[in-house]
Design a protein around this ligand. Structure first.
Ligand SMILES: *[C@@H]1O[C@H](CO)[C@@H](O)[C@H](O)[C@H]1NC(C)=O
Ligand SMILES: *[C@@H]1O[C@H](CO)[C@@H](O)[C@H](O)[C@H]1NC(C)=O
Ligand SMILES: *[C@@H]1O[C@H](CO)[C@@H](O)[C@H](O)[C@H]1NC(C)=O
Ligand SMILES: *[C@@H]1O[C@H](CO)[C@@H](O)[C@H](O)[C@H]1NC(C)=O
Ligand SMILES: *[C@@H]1O[C@H](CO)[C@@H](O)[C@H](O)[C@H]1NC(C)=O
Ligand SMILES: *[C@@H]1O[C@H](CO)[C@@H](O)[C@H](O)[C@H]1NC(C)=O
Ligand SMILES: *[C@@H]1O[C@H](CO)[C@@H](O)[C@H](O)[C@H]1NC(C)=O
Ligand SMILES: *[C@@H]1O[C@H](CO)[C@@H](O)[C@H](O)[C@H]1NC(C)=O
Ligand SMILES: *[C@@H]1O[C@H](CO)[C@@H](O)[C@H](O)[C@H]1NC(C)=O
Length: 371
């Protein structure tokens, strides 16, 4: 990789020198490690909805949702813009960020929801490489209508050659809040006294065309598709060669921010119940997955697109100084305090059904069973 970069760099330098024209090629990489962290406070809702995968109908399983208040059975860009509030740090980010929730599986078969600690940290990693600079590309804001997913709810095993499998990490926090242990790729079979932090990375190479929807002329045999609501088409995005760094394939040569979601769950509250269980780790996701490999996450763009593009060009919004969004000049007048992010009253649950407390009957919300 270093050799490749050197060759590319020399090639570009050569081209620049002899073509005698300015080129972005010989520019240093000011943003190669840059990122900012979009924190969101309390969930805007916990509900059996997924307007990307199951538009217009209840989703198979429960999600916790952060961000704009327009979140609903169906979503399009214009609808996101009707949000009159967001639980996230920038008031002009009316996007939604959602994932399944974590349950504890009691020895007697009942389930109990694990407390989500805080909301979410969404890392906007500004990752470009020499090939991008040489081609004169810049990091692009997500366009209106853009949506994407990471992970696959049906996965139940791990293949280390697949970037999409390596995109998921479980970090067992110790009481001092330090990471302590190397990350796991599944639910760790041990206590995590400081909580269980789950991270997932999204694709960051885009084809420059697709928004993640099926074209309206398509194909009513696609599950979830109907005339008012469109099923998810994942072919618009892919991972760069090394998950969140490296090169993008020629078919997906446009760079978008490399999103990473980080959420923490208070698994230690169930320590005293663990000894009563079977000899296996006792946590499951709301999709019925007890391995952890079926974790997944969704992003629906609701940004003021011009504002995000300005921030991605603004060196103060991500120069590896810790990702502190307060340092970002472009966002300054739109920042919401932690208090505002957390005091926002959630939406009314739209798909009825209890999800808190102890759930008896061997089923998770939506009738989901552990496989
Ligand atoms: C089609 O979408 C509409 C609106 O989103 C929804 O009310 C309806 O139930 C959907 N039909 C089917 C068959 O999914
Ligand atoms: C979204 O709003 C814009 C501006 O108001 C309008 O031109 C456009 O047709 C709307 N798009 C959809 C899909 O409704
Ligand atoms: C926000 O919109 C909801 C309906 O979408 C409405 O009930 C609520 O009153 C609005 N809040 C404010 C502060 O405008
Ligand atoms: C199952 O165990 C949990 C935790 O101890 C308890 O709250 C619940 O009442 C039990 N359910 C039954 C049916 O015994
Ligand atoms: C793991 O993934 C690689 C790359 O996609 C594939 O070639 C290989 O067959 C997979 N291995 C298994 C055991 O599925
Ligand atoms: C899926 O999106 C790609 C562009 O990302 C497009 O070329 C393709 O036609 C779409 N498929 C359908 C069925 O709409
Ligand atoms: C419709 O979509 C299905 C599933 O993606 C595909 O197998 C089929 O070939 C498509 N049919 C048409 C007419 O595009
Ligand atoms: C999980 O840990 C317990 C206690 O250390 C052990 O008895 C059990 O065999 C482990 N289960 C798995 C599936 O590794
Ligand atoms: C990085 O951000 C800090 C704080 O905003 C700023 O003082 C510094 O000039 C920036 N460095 C670069 C290289 O842009």
């Amino acid at each position: 990789m270093i050799l490749t970069s050197l060759v590319v760099w020399l090639t570009c330098l050569f081209a620049a020198t002899f073509a005698q024209q300015p080129t972005t090629c010989i520019k240093p990489q000011p943003t190669s490690q840059a990122f900012f962290v979009m924190g969101c406070g309390k969930p805007i809702t916990v509900d059996r909805l997924d307007p990307i995968v199951s538009p217009g109908r209840p989703s198979q399983h429960l999600h916790t949702v952060m961000g704009g208040s327009a979140f609903d059975f169906d979503l399009d860009y214009n609808k996101t813009q009707t949000s009159n509030r967001t639980t996230c740090a920038v008031s002009k980010d009316l996007s939604n960020y959602w994932v399944p929730i974590v349950y504890f599986h009691h020895a007697n078969g009942s389930f109990e929801a694990v407390e989500q600690v805080g909301g979410i940290n969404v890392y906007y990693q500004e990752r470009m490489d020499w090939t991008d600079y040489c081609a004169g590309r810049e990091l692009l804001a997500f366009p209106p209508g853009f949506r994407m997913m990471a992970g696959d709810t049906t996965r139940r095993d791990f293949n280390s050659s697949k970037v999409e499998d390596r995109a998921i990490e479980f970090i067992c926090l110790l009481t001092d809040g330090q990471e302590g242990l190397p990350p796991f790729h599944d639910f760790p079979n041990r206590t995590c006294d400081g909580g269980l932090q789950i991270r997932i990375r999204f694709p960051s190479c885009w084809d420059g065309v697709g928004l993640g929807t099926f074209s309206s002329s398509s194909n009513s045999s696609v599950p979830g598709y109907n005339s008012t609501a469109s099923a998810y088409n994942s072919s618009h995005v892919t991972y760069p060669s090394r998950l969140d760094t490296g090169v993008c394939p020629p078919t997906h040569s446009h760079r978008i921010p490399a999103l990473l979601y980080e959420m923490t769950w208070n698994v230690a509250a169930f320590n005293s119940f663990r000894s009563m269980g079977e000899n296996q780790q006792p946590f499951v996701f709301s999709n019925g997955d007890k391995t952890g490999y079926g974790y997944h996450a969704d992003f629906f763009n609701g940004w003021d697109v011009n504002l995000l593009q300005r921030a991605l060009r603004d060196p103060s919004c991500g120069n590896a100084t810790g990702g502190r969004i307060e340092q970002c000049g472009t966002f300054k007048e739109y920042l919401q305090s932690n208090e505002v992010q957390n005091e926002i009253v959630g939406l009314e649950q739209k798909v009825k059904g209890e999800w808190r407390g102890v759930l008896e009957g061997g089923e998770l919300p939506g009738g989901v069973r552990v496989e």
